[in-house]
Design a protein around this ligand. Structure first.
Ligand SMILES: Cc1cc2nc3c(=O)[nH]c(=O)nc-3n(C[C@H](O)[C@H](O)[C@H](O)COP(=O)(O)OP(=O)(O)OC[C@H]3O[C@@H](n4cnc5c(N)ncnc54)[C@H](O)[C@@H]3O)c2cc1C
Length: 584
């Protein structure tokens, strides 16, 4: 029956079977083995987007590196918007977490003498990125997944789509989800809920993100009354394959790849990726931070120095000089992707690439232990904003972030659950309401005036036009008006497919509602931030303005459903704001 019945009760519920979610589940089980923990995931956990991470995970390991340097690189990479207490905790705990993963079975690549191998990554001034060839995410997720299997207290709800959090009097008591196998809409209660739903790249048309990355965790929290933070900061990765958006990992440049414009010229030597440096050799070139390299592409395009293709302008990534042996040993997946999706071989051919939406710096506002602003609610991973990434994430910081803050959120959720009482009866009525909403507003709607794909396409086009690599207040205002119209039209969406089993049209409609809310928050936040910092570059306010905007922006939902933006101070401990310098 689709009545929103409460079908189960757990101590801790984790939404998401990616790196952050599975790490949180293990932390709960280890903190208090008497607790009953469950992982709810809309896809089988090994299909979570974490599996596609290629390049690696940062953690200080090399003898010539130090925690201080990783901290400083992350702070300056964040354009001083990262919270320094969170960054310190992250950098201190990351190596330990990566080592634990080794003990759980992750096959890190090694140096000939057996030490962990580390590679360079953009914006990191020392080699500190651990990797498992270029299939790092697959191996990390696999190691975590098999580890969760040994804890009998971890129950799984695979292919359950969470649509709503159950909240009473400012406290979270569980969730409502559609069991995609049967179409049943059911409630599961819990004393603590951890959101680990991953990112929201699908707000944009061209992204490296999986189709499942629709910002569900952010939207669930937002609608439940929890604030989102720094939603204006969307990361473009400089090297995606045209058309598909498939990522060509930064590890290609770490291993020595070059970016060439249409004249075969390494154009990054002309760009100031930070403070001007006296000689090209001192510039970080291909290993600059992602925001700056993506911005350089736009300038090359404006000067007519990119190549036109049916799928937009491109530049070339050149790996030919690295040779087949290195490419096969360190970048085998890149070779496979190029052969399969572009029919080119990087050993002999240039790879066409263009900037592509990749990662969301913003997300559910949390403290350093994942607490998310409502009692009993926690968040970790890409869906959360602690914030260690500030205005620009450094490549390879996200995977360890999922481990460090997944574990912290799991521990905090476990402690909260140990002392909390069971859910009140009122949540059963909320669950029944949610079931009615989905049944009547989506599945039983006749006539269908609007459909999911049209509105999604228009939303993605709106976001690309108004919130791309460069933005203006005028474009964002226009975009926000357009999104309001799309929100109104989305209320008239009907789902034509009324079957119960794996109804992908219904899932699409639920995801679209989440995407629209997240998109509105991005623009609301972006319009308020009248400066350029990291990934938020405004041509109408081209400079960083520390006096007014060295602050986070929190977005909460007003009673009419629109976003309201407030400021929150950045935590600065030992590193006062400075310039971002990327000479090497
Ligand atoms: C192609 C690619 C390559 C990358 N490479 C790197 C790299 O080399 N190094 C690095 O540091 N970072 C990298 N990143 C970023 C990094 O992989 C991600 O930020 C990180 O893996 C996110 O993990 P997560 O656990 O937060 O979420 P995910 O792995 O995305 O998992 C989200 C989970 O939430 C579940 N979920 C979502 N919504 C719902 C819902 N409504 N109901 C139920 N379940 C739900 C999903 O089923 C899934 O299990 C890369 C990202 C991409 C896209």
């Amino acid at each position: 029956m689709n009545d929103g019945a409460v079908v189960a009760a757990h101590d801790v519920l984790i939404v998401g079977g990616g790196l952050a979610g599975l790490r949180a589940a293990i932390a709960v089980a280890e903190t208090d083995p008497t607790l009953d923990v469950a992982v709810v995931s809309k896809v089988y956990p090994m299909r979570s987007h974490s599996v596609s991470a290629e390049g690696g995970a940062a953690g200080v390991a090399a003898a010539d590196d130090s925690l201080e340097e990783h901290i400083y690189d992350t702070i300056s990479g964040s354009d001083w918007l990262g919270d320094q207490d969170a960054i310190e905790a992250f950098v201190h705990e990351a190596p330990r977490e990566l080592l634990r993963l080794e003990h759980w079975g992750c096959p890190w690549s090694r140096q000939p003498d057996g030490h962990i191998a580390v590679r360079a990554f953009g914006g990191m001034k020392k080699k500190r990125t651990w990797y498992a060839a270029d299939k790092t995410g697959f191996h990390m997720l696999h190691a975590l997944f098999q580890t969760t299997l040994k804890f009998r207290e971890v129950t799984r709800y695979d292919e359950w789509f969470v649509t709503r959090l159950l909240v009473d009097d400012g406290r979270v008591h569980g969730l409502v989800a559609v069991d995609l196998h049967t179409g049943r809409i059911q409630a599961i209660t819990a004393k603590s809920v951890v959101l680990a739903n991953g990112g929201c790249g699908k707000v944009f048309p061209f992204t490296t993100n999986a189709n499942i990355n629709t910002g569900d965790g952010m939207a669930l929290a937002f609608r439940a009354g929890a604030p989102l933070k720094d939603m204006e900061f969307v990361q473009y990765h400089p090297t995606g394959l045209p058309f598909s958006g498939i990522l060509i990992t930064e590890a290609t440049r770490a291993e020595g790849g070059w970016l060439l414009n249409k004249d075969g010229y390494r154009y990054l030597q002309d760009y100031d990726l930070g403070k001007p440096t006296p000689t090209p050799e001192l510039r970080s070139m291909e290993l600059g931070p992602r925001d700056r390299i993506s911005q350089a592409f736009v300038h090359e395009e404006e000067m007519g120095r990119t190549l036109d293709t049916p799928y937009g302008a491109v530049v070339h990534l050149d790996l030919r000089h690295l040779g087949a042996e290195l490419i096969d040993a360190r970048l085998p997946f890149v070779r496979e992707l190029c052969l399969k999706y572009e029919r080119i071989d990087p050993v002999t051919d240039l790879i066409p690439v263009r900037p592509v939406v990749h990662y969301m710096m913003g997300g559910v506002h949390t403290d350093v232990n994942g607490a998310a602003g409502l009692e009993g609610l926690y968040a970790a991973g890409e869906t959360a904003c602690v914030s260690i990434n500030g205005a620009n994430r450094l490549g390879s910081n996200s995977l360890p972030e999922c481990l460090v803050f997944g574990a912290r959120a799991g521990r905090a959720a476990a402690e909260h659950a140990s002392g909390a009482t069971a859910a009140p009866h009122v949540v059963a009525a909320q669950a029944a309401d949610e079931a009615r909403r989905i049944e009547h507003d989506l599945l039983d709607r006749v006539p269908w005036e609007e459909d999911v794909s049209t509105i999604r396409t228009e939303m993605q086009a709106t976001m690309e036009e108004s919130a791309g690599i460069y933005r203006t207040g005028e474009e964002m205002t226009k975009g926000a008006d357009r999104l309001r119209e799309l929100q109104e039209r989305a209320k008239r969406i009907g789902v034509r497919d009324t079957s119960r089993t794996f109804n992908t049209e219904l899932v699409g409609a639920l995801e679209l509602a989440n995407l629209l809310d997240v998109a509105e928050c991005m623009l609301a936040s972006g319009m308020q931030r009248e400066e350029s910092r990291g990934a938020h570059q405004r041509t109408d306010f081209p400079s960083r303005d520390d006096e007014k905007f060295l602050v986070h922006q929190l977005v909460t939902r007003d009673s009419d459903g629109t976003p309201r933006v407030e400021q929150l101070p950045v935590t600065i401990t030992r590193w006062p704001p400075g310039e971002r310098i990327y000479g090497r």
